[in-house]
Design a protein around this ligand. Structure first.
Ligand SMILES: [Fe+2]
Length: 142
């Protein structure tokens, strides 16, 4: 199953939502690479995983910078959550390295530990940042 940025995953923050869209595209690129039957499937999947890892780094960096800028009080917990996904991606690298190519178990991990994790994270943690940003913005107007 591919990931999708449905309306219930929007935070209302343009930058965050735009980057989530891109992140989801990268996840789907990885899943598509895993379906490929070609002999280069392992290398292609590894490359897509690298793209996903790079974009995840960029996105988390941007989100954390935003939280610092607005003085978001939950930044420490939020950063710890980001660390979780970084670890998952590192584990996926190891898993892929150790196998002939992306197995069913690998795809299952992507679904469970990346997609489901992201959906949950966006709806709770990221939405909370977007709400806090709006709150502080409104305060400044008063
Ligand atoms: Fe986040």
């Amino acid at each position: 199953m591919y990931a999708e940025l449905t309306d219930n995953l929007l935070t209302g923050n343009k930058m965050i939502d735009g980057q989530h869209k891109e992140l989801i595209d990268k996840i789907n690129d990885l899943l598509k690479a895993c379906e490929n039957e070609s002999p280069t499937i392992k290398a292609t999947a590894a490359q897509m995983l690298n793209y996903l890892a790079d974009y995840t780094e960029f996105h988390f960096g941007e989100e954390e910078k935003l939280q610092e800028e607005i003085g978001y009080p939950g930044i420490k917990e939020h950063k710890a959550k980001h660390e979780e996904l970084r670890q998952v991606v590192a584990d996926l690298h190891t898993m892929l390295e150790e196998q002939e190519g992306p197995t069913e178990a690998f795809v299952e991990q992507v679904n469970k530990n990346v997609i489901e994790w992201l959906y949950y994270h966006i709806q709770g943690f990221d939405r909370s940042v977007a709400e806090y940003k709006n709150l502080t913005k409104n305060e400044n107007l008063i």
